[in-house]
Write a protein that binds this ligand. Structure first.
Ligand code: GRG
Length: 295
């Protein structure tokens, strides 16, 4: 296993333990929604967004107890989005992370509620004093996560995407759509780590520039995997973009063009971190990981 694979496995284990603690099982009717939250959030995924939060915060010697909480908050938002995206009213997907999607395992109403509860708990975690002693830092984290998740971020991107299925998008349109739908939460991972680590505004801006390029590279690779990988490796259905004639980077650049664009973006995203020196190595490793990922 590469040293980066070991590193992300280590932070993923911290996130897994913390998520498990945040979601204790319960008896009675409430237990059902908690079980669904656990099914949607535990034991799966690459945990890339929390990795970015933890690795960015590490550069400022931020205690892990704080950065893991920021990582859990962004992962909860990500998991809620996957649960809702899989619903029949959206992508109608039966499989996620190699197993039944939440509405298949439970039912649609439970999946909607589990997603809603993960979304709200993310902000509860950020607002709690354990995340940072300074209320202004907690407030900035909540503000950034709200902007990344809502209509100016992921939800807005998803809305555009639903309509993009019927429209031809040019490069600017696809870039804007993906910047919102996928990029905003990836950006929050890195920026959230910088904020909880009390980086300067210039340092947080460099993290933001890094993550914006990384987010686009991530999406291009996602498009490539949807067209080339098999469902078992990916843990979800494949070929849906072509089937639905979605606006993708492959449609715009062709397969080879998309691969070189992703590689260009990864080179550029790493260059935004040069100012930090050797402590940025894990974040640079994440960029190579995004380019080389197979799932
Ligand atoms: C429902 C509000 C709402 C938004 C949904 C994220 C999203 C928006 C939809 C998911 C559809 C999708 C497959 C988007 C492509 C990029 C993406 C977010 C892939 C999944 O992220 P990974 O690869 O997943 O980080 P893991 O399972 O590793 O966490």
């Amino acid at each position: 296993m590469s040293s980066f694979a070991e590193t992300i496995k280590g932070t993923a284990a911290l996130v897994e333990t913390a998520l498990d603690d945040f979601l204790p099982t319960q008896d009675g009717p409430l237990g059902r929604v908690v079980d669904a939250m656990r099914w949607g959030a535990l034991d799966g995924g690459k945990r890339l967004r929390p990795f970015l939060a933890i690795a960015a915060a590490d550069m400022f010697e931020c205690p892990r107890v704080r950065s893991v909480r920021v990582g859990c908050a962004v992962e909860m938002i990500h998991c809620y989005s996957l649960i809702h995206d899989d619903l029949p009213a959206m992508d109608n997907s039966d499989m996620r992370r190699g197993r039944a999607s939440v509405h298949k395992k439970f039912d649609d109403a439970t999946a909607i509620l589990a997603g809603d509860a993960l979304l709200t708990q993310a902000f509860e975690i950020l607002a709690e004093a354990e995340t940072h002693a300074d209320g202004a830092v907690r407030c900035e984290l909540a503000l950034e996560l709200a902007r990344a998740s809502g209509k100016a971020g992921m939800v807005g991107g998803q809305m555009i995407d639903i309509y993009a299925e019927q429209k031809d998008f040019d490069l600017a349109g696809v870039t804007q759509l993906q910047r919102l739908k996928t990029g905003a939460l990836i950006r929050f991972g890195a920026v959230g780590g910088g904020i909880v680590g009390c980086g300067s505004s210039d340092e947080v801006a460099a993290l933001s520039a890094y993550a914006e390029d990384l987010g686009l590279a991530f999406q291009i690779v996602d498009d490539i995997l949807d067209a080339t990988a098999d469902a078992e490796t990916l843990g979800k259905p494949v070929g849906q973009d072509t089937e639905m004639d979605k606006a993708t980077f492959i449609k715009l650049f062709g397969m080879d063009g998309a691969k070189s664009k992703a590689s260009e973006l990864v080179d550029r995203c790493k260059s935004h971190l040069d100012r930090f020196g050797v402590v940025a190595a894990p974040l640079k490793g994440a960029a190579d990981f995004v380019l080389d990922r197979k799932s």
